[in-house]
Design a binder for this molecule. Structure first.
Ligand SMILES: Cc1ncc(COP(=O)(O)O)c(C=O)c1O
Length: 406
């Protein structure tokens, strides 16, 4: 098996990548793999008729839609009947919270964190208001910028109904021990709802190994089409209230997909898993997702090491989050502020050099506040994925060095 990632091959699989732009805004959204683009186009070109009828064209379109659900299941190591597809994770988590109305009553408690994107907070706060439940906040550790088991235990109670937390923050990129957290949550008799959006582009997701009740990710950040994927455990699914037409009650995940999801985008999802399998096969593996993500993690760690070593050594940079690059602890989403310079000034100084980075609160204003920073100016974020190259990181380091001065 090849150790080094063949980035020339990888980049040839992404038609939108452009040597003139070093794209480091991937936690916002990755570009799609060629296989994804081809499948969406082919569906629109040749296959698109209404699903569910008996004529052969309709049977074929239905098969392609179902193949999308199967590939979504494959991506999280779940089963097809456990997959909900919707416009986005924000939409899917709002829908899940609405479907949980019967499970939460007055005096119950819902736990959210201050390290989460608003997608995994706002919906739960609205549910709490609607049901007369109390919200408790699991606070991020101010030193490590991570969620801890101690922090969780401090907010769990016999009234806790659901705990909503992130596998990996989109601001600092640290990984959490979801399994341990989920076990503690279940010991307390509550449900674990996890935001995996910032994790899924970088590591293999295995929902059963994680032991959670619901897991959300955004396919458009995992080299796929602009859709959100929500996995719901078979034990939770029948307890959720129908969100579709009345005759869809009791229909499994269809009850959670009102109006369905964009068919041409669903038909493109197998392009994500096909790409990842081909990546592993290209590097001498058997074409498994596990091994594909091992290649990805190794390469990403090398990219993170290079950038972190520059940032750590710069006198004006304040690194937020882990200073080490270890793939066991972080993904290459790297965040910092610069003493004496507004975060807003940094990305624009790099725009004309063909480097795409970003500043702000990244829809996690509570997180930025918890770090003692002003949400409007926020932080500077460099978010890499495996199609980034060492040469691009070198370009970024040189540009930052020049823009920041010594
Ligand atoms: C960690 C995290 N959670 C949730 C979301 C929301 O995802 P979507 O845009 O699919 O609603 C994002 C988007 O940036 C995110 O980074």
């Amino acid at each position: 098996m090849t150790e080094e990632l063949d980035t020339a091959w990888v980049r040839s699989r992404f038609p939108a990548l452009d040597p003139a732009l070093a794209l480091f805004d991937n936690a916002g959204g990755s570009v799609p793999a060629r296989d994804v683009v081809d499948r969406a186009r082919a569906y629109l070109d040749r296959e698109m008729v209404q699903l569910g009828a008996s004529y052969p064209r309709s049977r074929r379109a239905t098969e392609l839609f179902e193949a999308g659900l199967t590939a979504g299941a494959d991506l999280v190591a779940g089963a097809q009947g456990e997959i909900v597809l919707g416009a986005s994770t924000t939409a899917n988590l709002s829908l899940l919270a609405r479907a949980m109305v019967p499970l939460v009553g007055p005096g119950d408690e819902i736990v959210v964190t201050d390290l989460d994107h608003e997608a995994n907070r706002g919906a739960w706060l609205r549910l709490a208001t609607q049901r007369g439940a109390t919200v408790r906040t699991w606070r991020v550790d101010r030193e490590t910028h991570e969620l801890t088991e101690g922090g969780l235990l401090a907010v769990l109670s016999p009234r806790t109904k659901v705990v909503c937390f992130t596998h990996c923050s989109n601001v600092v990129g640290s990984l959490h021990d979801v399994r341990t957290f989920a076990d503690r949550i279940h010991d307390a008799g509550a449900l674990a709802c996890v935001d995996g959006v910032a994790f899924a582009p970088h590591r293999r997701v295995d929902v059963r190994a994680l032991g959670v009740d619901a897991y959300a990710l955004s396919l458009y950040k995992v080299y796929g089409p602009h859709l959100g994927l929500l996995w719901v455990s078979p034990s939770l699914l029948p307890r959720l209230e129908n969100q579709n037409h009345f005759f869809h009650a009791g229909s499994g995940t269809t009850a959670l997909m009102p109006g369905s999801a964009s068919h041409e985008l669903v038909a493109a999802i197998p392009g994500v898993t096909a790409y990842l399998r081909s990546l592993d096969a290209h590097h001498g593996g058997a074409g498994t997702l596990e091994s594909a993500f091992e290649h990805i993690a190794r390469h990403e760690e090398a990219l993170a090491r290079r950038l972190l070593s520059f940032l750590r050594g710069h006198p004006r940079v304040r690194l937020i989050g882990r200073a080490d690059a270890s793939a066991a602890h972080r993904v290459p989403t790297i965040t910092f502020t610069v003493e004496g310079t507004k975060s807003a000034a940094i990305p624009s100084a790099l725009d004309e050099r063909g480097i795409g980075i970003r500043f702000g609160h990244f829809y996690a204003p509570h997180t930025v506040e918890a770090f003692g920073l002003e949400p409007d100016d926020g932080v500077v974020r460099v978010s890499m994925v495996h199609y980034n190259t060492r040469a691009e990181v070198d370009r970024l380091v040189a540009a930052l060095d020049e823009a920041l001065g010594g």
